[in-house]
Design a protein around this ligand. Structure first.
Ligand code: NAD
Length: 241
């Protein structure tokens, strides 16, 4: 199968760690030119900053002349119950700052990056946009009001942009990982993680490379007639079962 990714210019947000880092390696292994936008990389690029993203996109165009693939992978979690209730008392609620922080990175960041990159893809008459959703964007999750909403929102972005951009030769898809062994997931309570593994038919956590491979395949010519879809990479896990 010819993936045809050699010399393609691939921008990966959050490519400094976890799934993004594994994705950068996987695209490089196919001969792609990878540019990482991350707050932990140099130069620091924050997906929540419109100015930072617009100048980063302009810098890629001036260096490489094009952007073939955008992987909107950067994401954070800030978990809290909507209302934590015990013995007739409210112990805590999800506060505004916790809600806004996750919306800003996971949802507005995807919007800002795609809005900055899409005009270049339209001019080229080609491009692939890949969005990091999550299994929790499909099924919801306890303690993740903010995060689950962003991951469902990213699916709506995917479907909407597939409709708007398809006529310019641009494909837009999302990946919905289950539980993948990265820092984000290792921060989860051990009990919650154990119960997720117990409900996964393949009986293990995923590896960042498993998601990276899905991005590479979706970005490649092998997936040239696939747009507007959400690919689950979750070992068969269905939350709530
Ligand atoms: P991670 O925490 O290991 O890495 C996330 C990267 O994003 C980090 O390098 C971080 O610096 C970067 N980042 C955070 N805020 C940023 C910002 N404002 N601007 C630029 N970069 C920023 O996370 P991960 O587990 O690799 O997850 C990657 C993506 O996959 C996220 O969108 C996450 O929601 C999604 N996802 C992960 C899992 C999982 O099990 N790990 C499951 C489903 C979905």
């Amino acid at each position: 199968m010819n993936l045809n990714l050699k010399d393609k210019v691939v921008v990966i947000t959050g490519g400094g760690a976890g799934i993004g880092h594994a994705s950068a390696e996987a695209f490089r292994a196919e001969g792609a030119k990878v540019v990482v936008w991350d707050v932990v990389s140099e130069p620091k690029i924050d997906v929540t900053s419109k100015a930072s993203i617009e100048s980063a996109a302009a810098a890629v165009i001036s260096e490489h002349g094009r952007i073939d693939v955008l992987v909107n992978n950067a994401g954070i979690v800030r978990d809290a119950q909507l209302v934590k209730w015990k013995d007739g008392e409210i112990l805590s609620t999800m506060d505004d700052a916790t809600f806004d922080a996750v919306i800003n990175v996971n949802l507005k960041g995807v919007f800002l990056c795609t809005r900055a990159v899409a005009p270049h893809m339209i001019r080229q008459g080609s491009g692939v946009i890949l969005n990091a959703s999550s299994i929790v964007g499909l099924y919801g999750n306890f303690g993740q009001t903010n995060y689950a909403a962003t991951k469902a929102g990213v699916i709506s972005f995917t479907q909407t942009w597939a409709r708007e951009l398809g006529r310019f030769g641009i494909r837009v898809n999302a990946v919905a990982p289950g539980f993948i062994a990265t820092e984000m997931v290792k921060a989860m309570p051990e009990k919650a993680l154990g119960s997720m593994v117990a409900r996964t038919p393949l009986a293990k956590l995923g590896d960042p490379a498993d998601v990276a491979n899905a991005y590479v395949w979706l970005a490649s010519d092998a997936a040239r007639f696939i747009s507007g879809t959400v690919l689950s990479v979750d070992g068969g896990l269905v939350l709530g079962t």
